[in-house]
Design a protein around this ligand. Structure first.
Ligand code: URA
Length: 233
Protein backbone atom coordinates (compact mmCIF):
# COMPACT_ATOMS: atom_id res chain seq x y z
CA UNK A 1 0.00 0.00 0.00
CA UNK A 2 1.18 3.54 -0.73
CA UNK A 3 2.49 5.40 2.29
CA UNK A 4 0.21 8.42 1.70
CA UNK A 5 -2.88 6.18 1.64
CA UNK A 6 -1.69 4.36 4.76
CA UNK A 7 -1.31 7.65 6.62
CA UNK A 8 -4.64 9.02 5.33
CA UNK A 9 -6.40 5.81 6.43
CA UNK A 10 -4.93 6.28 9.89
CA UNK A 11 -6.53 9.74 10.01
CA UNK A 12 -3.25 11.68 10.01
CA UNK A 13 -4.31 14.08 7.23
CA UNK A 14 -5.43 14.41 3.65
CA UNK A 15 -3.40 12.95 0.79
CA UNK A 16 -2.15 16.42 -0.27
CA UNK A 17 -1.24 17.41 3.32
CA UNK A 18 0.60 14.14 3.69
CA UNK A 19 2.52 14.60 0.48
CA UNK A 20 3.98 17.81 1.93
CA UNK A 21 4.58 16.20 5.33
CA UNK A 22 6.49 13.33 3.72
CA UNK A 23 8.54 15.73 1.61
CA UNK A 24 9.49 17.72 4.69
CA UNK A 25 10.82 14.61 6.42
CA UNK A 26 8.15 14.05 9.06
CA UNK A 27 7.59 10.40 8.18
CA UNK A 28 9.85 7.43 8.79
CA UNK A 29 9.56 3.78 7.81
CA UNK A 30 11.41 1.29 10.00
CA UNK A 31 13.44 4.14 11.48
CA UNK A 32 14.47 5.73 8.17
CA UNK A 33 13.10 9.11 7.06
CA UNK A 34 11.41 8.80 3.67
CA UNK A 35 10.72 11.56 1.12
CA UNK A 36 8.56 9.82 -1.49
CA UNK A 37 4.81 9.77 -0.72
CA UNK A 38 4.26 7.19 -3.50
CA UNK A 39 6.50 4.67 -1.73
CA UNK A 40 4.89 1.30 -1.02
CA UNK A 41 5.02 -0.24 2.42
CA UNK A 42 3.83 -3.48 3.97
CA UNK A 43 1.06 -2.40 6.35
CA UNK A 44 1.35 -5.64 8.31
CA UNK A 45 5.09 -5.60 8.83
CA UNK A 46 6.57 -2.09 8.53
CA UNK A 47 6.73 0.40 11.39
CA UNK A 48 5.67 3.84 10.28
CA UNK A 49 6.18 6.95 12.44
CA UNK A 50 4.80 10.44 11.97
CA UNK A 51 6.75 13.09 13.89
CA UNK A 52 8.44 10.14 15.65
CA UNK A 53 5.09 8.78 16.92
CA UNK A 54 4.16 5.27 15.71
CA UNK A 55 1.11 5.31 13.43
CA UNK A 56 -1.77 2.94 14.13
CA UNK A 57 -3.28 1.85 10.84
CA UNK A 58 -6.86 0.69 10.61
CA UNK A 59 -7.93 -1.85 8.06
CA UNK A 60 -11.53 -0.69 8.28
CA UNK A 61 -13.17 2.71 8.58
CA UNK A 62 -16.46 3.36 10.39
CA UNK A 63 -18.47 6.57 10.26
CA UNK A 64 -21.84 7.55 11.64
CA UNK A 65 -23.68 9.83 9.22
CA UNK A 66 -26.78 11.84 10.02
CA UNK A 67 -28.31 11.30 6.60
CA UNK A 68 -30.19 14.32 5.31
CA UNK A 69 -33.24 14.06 3.07
CA UNK A 70 -32.55 14.10 -0.67
CA UNK A 71 -29.64 11.65 -0.67
CA UNK A 72 -29.72 8.08 -1.91
CA UNK A 73 -28.21 5.24 0.15
CA UNK A 74 -26.14 3.79 -2.62
CA UNK A 75 -22.57 3.91 -3.84
CA UNK A 76 -23.29 5.14 -7.35
CA UNK A 77 -26.25 6.94 -8.75
CA UNK A 78 -26.85 9.84 -11.03
CA UNK A 79 -28.42 11.64 -8.04
CA UNK A 80 -26.67 12.61 -4.83
CA UNK A 81 -25.54 9.60 -2.84
CA UNK A 82 -24.69 9.50 0.85
CA UNK A 83 -21.04 8.93 -0.10
CA UNK A 84 -20.95 12.42 -1.62
CA UNK A 85 -21.14 13.65 1.98
CA UNK A 86 -18.07 11.74 3.13
CA UNK A 87 -14.78 13.49 2.63
CA UNK A 88 -12.67 10.36 3.21
CA UNK A 89 -14.24 8.71 0.21
CA UNK A 90 -11.27 6.71 -1.07
CA UNK A 91 -11.56 3.61 1.11
CA UNK A 92 -14.22 1.61 -0.74
CA UNK A 93 -16.82 2.85 1.69
CA UNK A 94 -20.47 1.88 1.38
CA UNK A 95 -23.62 2.51 3.41
CA UNK A 96 -24.52 -0.37 5.71
CA UNK A 97 -28.19 -0.72 4.84
CA UNK A 98 -30.54 1.71 3.18
CA UNK A 99 -32.66 4.62 4.20
CA UNK A 100 -35.19 6.03 1.73
CA UNK A 101 -34.34 9.27 -0.04
CA UNK A 102 -36.72 11.19 2.22
CA UNK A 103 -35.62 9.44 5.46
CA UNK A 104 -33.10 11.09 7.79
CA UNK A 105 -30.88 9.84 10.53
CA UNK A 106 -28.37 7.21 11.46
CA UNK A 107 -26.51 5.53 8.64
CA UNK A 108 -23.35 3.54 9.23
CA UNK A 109 -20.78 4.12 6.49
CA UNK A 110 -17.99 1.58 6.46
CA UNK A 111 -15.81 -0.68 4.35
CA UNK A 112 -16.11 -3.59 6.79
CA UNK A 113 -17.99 -6.12 4.67
CA UNK A 114 -18.13 -8.89 7.30
CA UNK A 115 -19.63 -6.53 9.90
CA UNK A 116 -22.16 -5.14 7.41
CA UNK A 117 -23.14 -8.69 6.53
CA UNK A 118 -23.72 -9.51 10.23
CA UNK A 119 -25.77 -6.39 10.82
CA UNK A 120 -27.91 -6.73 7.71
CA UNK A 121 -28.43 -10.47 7.65
CA UNK A 122 -32.16 -11.25 7.93
CA UNK A 123 -31.23 -14.07 10.33
CA UNK A 124 -29.86 -11.68 12.92
CA UNK A 125 -32.87 -9.41 13.55
CA UNK A 126 -30.79 -6.39 14.49
CA UNK A 127 -32.86 -3.64 16.16
CA UNK A 128 -33.53 -0.50 14.16
CA UNK A 129 -35.23 2.33 16.04
CA UNK A 130 -37.06 5.16 14.25
CA UNK A 131 -38.75 8.39 15.20
CA UNK A 132 -42.00 8.42 13.21
CA UNK A 133 -44.31 11.37 12.58
CA UNK A 134 -47.72 10.40 11.24
CA UNK A 135 -50.34 12.19 9.20
CA UNK A 136 -53.10 11.15 11.63
CA UNK A 137 -53.43 10.08 15.26
CA UNK A 138 -52.14 6.59 16.00
CA UNK A 139 -55.02 4.43 17.19
CA UNK A 140 -54.63 1.96 20.09
CA UNK A 141 -55.76 -0.83 17.79
CA UNK A 142 -52.97 0.09 15.32
CA UNK A 143 -50.35 -0.07 18.08
CA UNK A 144 -51.64 -3.50 19.09
CA UNK A 145 -51.48 -4.80 15.50
CA UNK A 146 -47.93 -3.52 15.04
CA UNK A 147 -46.81 -4.99 18.36
CA UNK A 148 -48.32 -8.36 17.54
CA UNK A 149 -46.78 -8.53 14.05
CA UNK A 150 -48.65 -6.76 11.32
CA UNK A 151 -49.39 -8.18 7.88
CA UNK A 152 -48.29 -5.77 5.16
CA UNK A 153 -49.30 -5.63 1.51
CA UNK A 154 -51.92 -8.29 1.99
CA UNK A 155 -49.69 -11.20 2.95
CA UNK A 156 -46.22 -10.44 4.28
CA UNK A 157 -46.18 -10.80 8.07
CA UNK A 158 -43.73 -8.62 10.00
CA UNK A 159 -42.14 -9.64 13.26
CA UNK A 160 -43.63 -8.01 16.35
CA UNK A 161 -42.26 -4.48 16.77
CA UNK A 162 -42.19 -2.11 19.74
CA UNK A 163 -44.09 1.16 19.72
CA UNK A 164 -43.41 3.96 22.24
CA UNK A 165 -45.91 6.76 21.92
CA UNK A 166 -44.56 10.32 22.09
CA UNK A 167 -47.78 12.17 21.25
CA UNK A 168 -51.03 11.33 19.49
CA UNK A 169 -49.34 11.40 16.05
CA UNK A 170 -45.68 10.67 16.90
CA UNK A 171 -43.97 7.53 18.13
CA UNK A 172 -40.70 5.66 18.38
CA UNK A 173 -40.80 2.35 16.54
CA UNK A 174 -38.31 -0.47 16.98
CA UNK A 175 -38.25 -3.06 14.20
CA UNK A 176 -36.12 -6.20 13.94
CA UNK A 177 -36.09 -6.71 10.19
CA UNK A 178 -35.06 -4.62 7.22
CA UNK A 179 -37.78 -5.08 4.65
CA UNK A 180 -38.03 -2.58 1.80
CA UNK A 181 -39.88 0.58 3.01
CA UNK A 182 -40.80 -1.44 6.08
CA UNK A 183 -41.87 1.33 8.43
CA UNK A 184 -43.92 3.13 5.81
CA UNK A 185 -45.61 -0.10 4.79
CA UNK A 186 -46.38 -1.08 8.40
CA UNK A 187 -47.92 2.31 9.04
CA UNK A 188 -49.86 2.20 5.76
CA UNK A 189 -51.20 -1.22 6.78
CA UNK A 190 -52.92 0.38 9.78
CA UNK A 191 -54.48 3.06 7.58
CA UNK A 192 -52.07 5.85 8.52
CA UNK A 193 -49.14 7.53 6.74
CA UNK A 194 -45.55 8.41 7.65
CA UNK A 195 -44.86 12.08 6.99
CA UNK A 196 -41.38 12.18 8.56
CA UNK A 197 -39.00 9.35 9.38
CA UNK A 198 -35.67 9.45 11.16
CA UNK A 199 -33.51 6.52 12.24
CA UNK A 200 -32.14 6.98 15.73
CA UNK A 201 -30.48 3.67 16.50
CA UNK A 202 -29.12 0.52 14.88
CA UNK A 203 -28.32 -2.29 17.32
CA UNK A 204 -26.54 -0.39 20.12
CA UNK A 205 -25.27 2.45 17.94
CA UNK A 206 -27.20 5.63 18.73
CA UNK A 207 -27.20 8.70 16.47
CA UNK A 208 -25.04 11.44 17.98
CA UNK A 209 -27.39 14.37 18.64
CA UNK A 210 -24.56 16.78 17.93
CA UNK A 211 -24.51 15.78 14.25
CA UNK A 212 -26.66 18.05 12.09
CA UNK A 213 -28.18 16.48 8.96
CA UNK A 214 -25.33 15.92 6.49
CA UNK A 215 -22.65 15.75 9.21
CA UNK A 216 -20.74 12.65 10.16
CA UNK A 217 -18.02 11.50 12.50
CA UNK A 218 -15.79 8.47 13.01
CA UNK A 219 -17.09 5.88 15.45
CA UNK A 220 -15.30 5.52 18.78
CA UNK A 221 -13.57 2.24 19.55
CA UNK A 222 -16.34 1.51 22.06
CA UNK A 223 -19.03 2.04 19.42
CA UNK A 224 -17.22 -0.24 16.97
CA UNK A 225 -16.88 -2.97 19.62
CA UNK A 226 -20.57 -2.57 20.50
CA UNK A 227 -21.60 -3.21 16.92
CA UNK A 228 -19.41 -6.29 16.78
CA UNK A 229 -20.87 -7.84 19.94
CA UNK A 230 -22.48 -11.13 19.09
CA UNK A 231 -25.24 -11.25 21.76
CA UNK A 232 -27.96 -9.39 19.85
CA UNK A 233 -27.03 -10.95 16.52
N1 URA B 1 -38.53 2.00 6.70
C1 URA B 1 -38.95 2.81 5.70
O1 URA B 1 -40.11 2.76 5.30
N2 URA B 1 -38.06 3.67 5.16
C2 URA B 1 -36.79 3.79 5.58
O2 URA B 1 -36.03 4.61 5.06
C3 URA B 1 -36.37 2.93 6.63
C4 URA B 1 -37.25 2.06 7.16
Amino acid sequence: MRIDKYLADAGIGTRSELKKAVRSGRVSVNGKIIKDSAMHIDENADTVCFDDVPVVWRRYAYYMLNKPQGYISSTNDSGMTVLDLIYENDRDLFPCGRLDKDTEGLLLITNDGPLAHQLLSPRHHVDKEYYVKLSRDLADEAVKEIEEGIVIDGGEKCMPAEVKRISSDECMLVIHQGKFHQVKRMIAAVGNEVIYLKRIRMKNLVLDEKLAPGEYRALSQQEISGLKEQDNL
